[in-house]
Design a protein around this ligand. Structure first.
Ligand code: M6R
Length: 615
């Protein structure tokens, strides 16, 4: 949940670290800090708040020279966000400096032990315990930093990505990982360290992603050495060539990343089915599915595990897999699944969905499913992420980097991948007729164009946003395939505008939520032509007779709902099964505009982080 960045080489570390922190700020933004080392003095500066605030403080407090540096942007776990709890942290001697992303679960026991041994602590963090544990091991066993990190980490329970250096060793940084991501960018006589590759993309395309339970010593001018934390054995580094480019991680003229990412959806969906959907030959090609077709064909059921927006994409997939491929599907919050002793057999397929590929609960659910013998398939966006590596097979969504904390293009590309999978399986099982199958392929291919059209509702949506921006509550209703879209619409509004919103299956309204409806309640109703249209129209009538304000997402040309609703937003017609890819667009825009009008921080909403690597 935090972002870590480091540099050692021949350049000034400061500009690299500060720019890197800005790129990683999506991972957590309640405090930030930096430590620079010029071989004589360590210059450390940290503060509550964002990286921009850190930059100002640095100008007043420290000089910025030094070719070794580490930096941190924090999402608080242990200890409130304040200057003292911000990273980096010194060890008691002042020789070691550490940054950490993760949680040390047994930190209290370790802390008590260290206190008995004469250590004192300034902060409430688990990280300060870890750096002093490393120092204690160095002193007790008379060993150097690298070895001490390895010994200390064997006493630690929890998750971490750390970078630590020793004042007495100005040419090395030691890094380690368990459960939290860590990439090493390898340049010419220089190394970059970061939670993802974005901080070093303009300097090198060569990266090593540490695996869990691995550590590395990066030495100026030397090769990187990777070791297993458990037994100190050497590991051959696996160097990857990065495909990411700079434009992909910049705003490209948009005011916010979220808006850019909403507008990227036609391209993102196209990229996701490019090379997989071959409409002219009536085939879908997905290597991960093809290679494991036997397992898919013999599966008793599919269990989908995910969190947040990815869980909503899983709910859409439940409809499409059951509808087309006639296989039973259960969709579970990963956080519940992992702790409830679920019944899983070797004939189950578990599909894990995650944009970041780092969500701790989803990762734990995968490990549990694997331990019970299930085949686990990953649907991830971030290439090389922990979930992508932990799963038996998978398919990437090709959304490109999603920086805005509120997921947008991740959602639609996840649905695209899951739709392709369901169609491929349905074809193999013979549960879909060839004409229906072809019809789906043709319609799917038209989706990017139709998303483009749905985006043209932007001005209309902005006008509606202006009318309802001061609402205290909002209901979202949908049926069938669009029930999960209602949930997703409500989540978007909650997380970036802080307006209370609930999503419901439209028919459930009369079982409780209808009591909330009065003339002050805006209700967003998805009422597309092919999705239980008549039933939803009846629900709209029920709202109208209770004076609720109706904002309806309808199929182009609809006149009936227009007469009943206060506002309509038109989207192009498509198959019901593909409609979530279109109905979700105006809901994303609605929450975006409301949040902007309310002056909220759209890309970095309060209390949230993009990558939730703690449970
Ligand atoms: O990276 P993941 O898809 O695993 O993340 C899951 C959720 O944390 C994420 O979808 C979250 O709910 C977003 N903020 C929603 O916009």
């Amino acid at each position: 949940m935090c972002g870590i960045v480091g540099y050692i080489g021949k350049r000034e570390a400061y500009p690299i670290i500060i720019k890197g922190l800005k790129r990683l700020e999506y991972r957590g933004y309640d405090s930030a800090g930096i430590a620079l080392y010029d071989g004589n003095d360590i210059k450390l500066c940290k503060t509550k708040g964002k990286v921009a605030g850190l930059e100002e403080k640095i100008q007043q407090e420290i000089t910025t020279d030094g070719t070794l540096g580490i930096g941190h942007t924090r999402w608080a776990t242990h200890g409130v966000p304040n200057d003292i709890n911000s990273h980096p942290h010194y060890s008691n001697s002042g020789n070691l400096v550490i940054i950490h992303n993760g949680i040390i679960e047994n930190y209290d026991a370790l802390k008590q032990e260290l206190i008995k041994r004469g250590y004192s602590f300034k902060s409430d963090t688990d990280t300060e315990v870890l750096v002093n544990l490393i120092e204690d091991v160095m002193k007790k066993e008379h060993i150097k930093l690298g070895k001490a990190v390895q010994v200390a980490l064997n006493q630690v329970v929890g998750a971490y990505a750390i970078a630590v250096f020793d004042k007495n060793k100005p040419n090395e940084i030691v890094v380690a990982r368990l459960g939290s991501p860590l990439a090493i960018g390898v340049g010419d006589d220089e190394f970059f360290i970061a939670s993802d590759a974005s901080p070093f993309i303009e300097y090198t395309k060569n990266a090593i992603y540490l695996e869990d339970e691995e550590m590395a010593i990066v030495r100026r001018g030397k090769d990187v050495k990777i070791r297993k934390i458990k037994d100190d054995s050497l590991v051959d580094p696996y160097m990857q060539e990065l495909k990411l480019n700079l434009e992909q991680i910049e705003k490209g003229g948009y005011e916010h990343f979220m808006l850019k990412e909403i507008y990227e959806q036609p391209r993102a969906i196209l990229d996701t089915f490019r090379g997989r959907l071959k409409t002219d030959q009536a085939i879908i090609k997905m290597v991960g599915v093809e290679d494991n077709m036997k397992k898919f064909l013999n599966a008793n059921r599919i269990i989908i595990v995910a969190c947040g927006t990815s869980w909503h994409a899983g709910l859409v997939a439940e409809y499409i897999f059951e509808d087309l491929a006639r296989v039973p599907v259960e969709v579970e919050y990963a956080s519940e699944f992992r702790y409830r002793n679920p019944v899983i057999t070797e004939n189950d397929i578990v599909i894990a969905i995650s944009q970041s590929g780092e969500t701790a609960d989803t990762l734990a659910a995968i490990k549990l499913a694997k331990s019970k013998g299930a085949f686990v398939f990953g649907v991830c966006n971030v290439v090389g992420s922990s979930i992508a590596r932990e799963t038996d097979a998978g398919a990437y969504t090709h959304a490109g980097p999603e920086i805005g904390v509120a997921s947008t293009k991740a959602f639609t590309t996840q649905i695209t991948v899951l739709t392709l999978m369901a169609l491929r399986l349905a074809r193999a099982k013979g549960t879909i007729s060839s004409s229906d199958y072809r019809h789906h392929l043709i319609e799917l291919e038209l989706i990017p164009e139709k998303v483009e059209k749905a985006l043209q509702s932007d001005n209309n949506v902005k006008t509606i946003a202006n009318i309802y921006k001061d609402a205290k509550n909002c209901l979202y209703l949908g049926r069938g395939y669009n029930f999960p879209v209602a949930l997703e619409g409500a989540l978007k509004l909650k997380e970036i505008s802080y307006i209370h919103a609930e999503g419901y299956p439209a028919a459930e309204m009369k079982h409780g939520p209808i009591a909330l409806i009065d003339e002050n309640m805006p209700i967003v109703v998805i009422a597309t032509k092919k999705g239980h249209y008549e039933k939803v129209v009846s629900n709209i009538q029920e709202i109208k007779s209770r004076k609720g304000k109706i904002i309806s997402v309808v199929t182009e040309g609809d006149t009936h709902v227009k007469e009943l609703a206060d506002h309509v937003i038109e989207i192009p017609e498509t198959l019901e099964s593909l409609s979530p890819l279109l109905t979700t667009i105006p809901l994303q825009l609605l929450s975006y505009h409301i949040a902007v009008m309310l002056g909220k921080n759209v890309d970095q909403p309060r209390n949230l982080a993009k990558s939730v690597t703690v449970e």
